[in-house]
Design a protein around this ligand. Structure first.
Ligand code: DC
Length: 230
């Protein structure tokens, strides 16, 4: 049996995970958040006291890392590092930069490839990340490049941090968004870019509902799913 796949790539804060999660629920697909997998490596690297851009140092610890993901009753993807549930810990603000730096290393990308591809061999998936349409699932049935202006993305991230009770400064969040975009787009290994056959979806002027309807419409059209059939 062959499974269907939808790849959603784009910069941080474009709404990928919120939209992909809801879309997966609506269509009955599994949602795979690949950023969470890179974040788990970022957390491990930080805990071991290795600089995330030190290729040799990071490579040395990879064989010891046992990273697994599981879907709990809440339907959410939980990440485990050596058996410990790190789903919350990987969302800390300082882990974002660590994950982004470690993700620039080819050795880290190779290490995580199999885990991502396996999920798409075993389920209908909606997978989001930076290189899903270009590298991980080049044969995806639908590829969406989801983006929004940096200010709009920083505003969403800022609200998210406040909502989680974390301290945040908007200008600093904006600088971090711009810096992470630059690092994700300019790296040599699997840089963030729109696949030639991806549909561009810009959510700058759209609210969550408008963005969701846009993606749902694209998915139904491309996969031939009629309303009420999922
Ligand atoms: O989507 P996110 O912000 O949780 O991802 C964390 C970091 O991981 C991000 O800076 C880029 C990296 N990443 C990647 O390089 N490739 C992916 N497929 C997903 C995330």
């Amino acid at each position: 049996m062959s499974y269907r796949s939808i790849a959603i790539d784009g910069p941080s804060g474009a709404g990928k995970s919120t939209l992909a999660k809801r879309l997966a629920q609506e269509l009955g697909f599994l949602y795979v958040d690949t950023g969470a997998i890179y974040r788990t490596v970022g957390l491990a690297v930080r805990r071991r006291g290795v600089a995330p851009s030190d290729a040799a140092g990071v490579e040395a610890i990879l064989p010891d890392l046992v990273i697994t993901m599981a879907y709990e009753e809440d339907g959410l993807q939980h990440m485990y590092l050596g058996g410990e549930d790190v789903t919350e810990a990987i969302r800390e603000n300082e882990i974002s930069a660590c994950a982004s730096k470690a993700a620039a290393l080819p050795v880290v990308r190779d290490f995580l490839m199999e885990m991502q591809r396996r999920a798409a061999c075993e389920h209908d998936v909606i997978m989001d990340g930076r290189d899903i349409g270009t590298v991980v699932l080049p044969q995806a049935d639908l590829k969406i490049f989801l983006t929004a202006a940096p200010e709009a993305r920083a505003q969403r991230r800022y609200q998210e941090l406040l909502g989680r009770g974390q301290q945040a400064d908007f200008d600093q969040v904006l600088q971090e968004v711009i810096e992470r975009d630059r690092r994700d787009m300019e790296r040599e290994a699997a840089p963030l870019r729109q696949a030639a056959d991806a549909v561009l979806a810009d959510t700058t002027g759209l609210d969550l509902e408008g963005s969701f309807q846009l993606l749902l419409g694209l998915s139904r059209d491309r996969l031939g799913i009629k309303e009420g059939m999922e």
